[in-house]
Design a protein. Structure first.
Ligand code: DBV
Length: 250
């Protein structure tokens, strides 16, 4: 089973159609990684594949796709805007583990003031409200993560796989299309103070996610610590590695 491949098969052509998409380099060793886990009848191949693009307004568009049988499917898909746009991040964490499905979808804000919410969260609220009934709030999540979510944070734990294939897939499509609408409308920021605030907010978010990546344990078990730390800092949340060149282009 590959639960989340259809999500990628939808997203990548859509990105190509709606953006001036270009390749984003994936460091050697991260395009595809395999490991055998379990013993005997429980032996299971776990394959992680990476995808990455960029566009004139988006610094990095990247996906990590983990496929390890019916009880282990993950698609983590994040879009990091260029540092001269105050766009939110697009964040999708679609996770299937032995304990069930866990879905997080959001336009993760850089700022929390009323003007920012009006520009970047309000347009998404009708979509969020549309799915709230079928995809109810998923309950507790880490307090320290709360500053990184918007009022349109869709956080849910569907009981049925079919719900992931239907309702969650529709929500993913709507969120991604709405995000690309925001990208289309976005104008570059030129004010140097605002540029400084954007850099600081991007760093706060990315440093948090690299430090607290909930997949760290899983990746370390499969592929070892060295590979995992380099994957997190050198690909999944790589802004710090690219600050000089990124600032030059602003
Ligand atoms: N999460 C990632 C990356 C993943 C990934 C890069 C490539 O950021 C997968 C893989 N997320 C992943 C896995 C789990 C979660 C859980 C494997 C399950 C971990 C486990 O149970 O062992 C949203 N993802 C979660 C959880 C949340 C999110 C809240 C539950 C974690 C918990 O209960 O501790 N998405 C996640 C998050 C932010 C976000 C915290 C913060 C900004 O965008």
């Amino acid at each position: 089973m590959t639960l989340y491949q259809p999500f990628l098969d939808y997203a990548i052509p859509l990105l190509k159609a709606r953006l001036d998409l270009a390749a984003y380099p994936i460091p050697a060793g991260f395009e595809r990684k395999e490991a055998l886990t379990g013993k005997g009848k429980k032996e299971q191949l776990v394959v992680t594949t990476s995808h990455a693009f960029k566009s004139s307004k988006l610094r990095q568009i990247r996906a990590a796709h983990v496929e390890g049988g019916d009880a282990l499917q993950v698609l983590n898909f994040v879009i990091f805007p260029q540092l001269n746009y105050d766009l939110p991040f697009f964040g999708a964490d679609l996770v299937t583990l032995p304990g069930g499905h866990l879905i997080a979808l959001d336009m993760q804000p850089l700022f929390h003031d009323a003007a920012y919410q009006k520009q970047y969260s309000e347009p998404i609220l009708p979509i969020f409200n549309n799915y709230q009934k079928e995809l109810p709030w998923g309950g507790d999540f880490p307090d320290e993560a709360k500053p990184f979510f918007s009022p349109a944070f869709l956080w849910t734990r569907p009981k049925e796989t079919e719900t992931v294939q239907t309702t969650v897939f529709e929500a993913f499509k709507d969120y991604l299309q709405a995000y690309l609408d925001l990208v289309e409308q976005a104008q570059p920021v030129t004010d140097s103070q605002r540029l400084g605030e954007i850099l600081e907010a991007q760093r706060r978010y990315i440093d948090y996610r690299a430090a607290k990546d909930p997949a760290r344990g899983m990746f370390t078990r499969f592929y070892g610590e060295e590979w995992t730390e380099e994957y997190i800092h050198g690909f999944l949340f790589d802004l710090e590695r690219h600050i000089p060149e990124v600032q030059q282009s602003v």
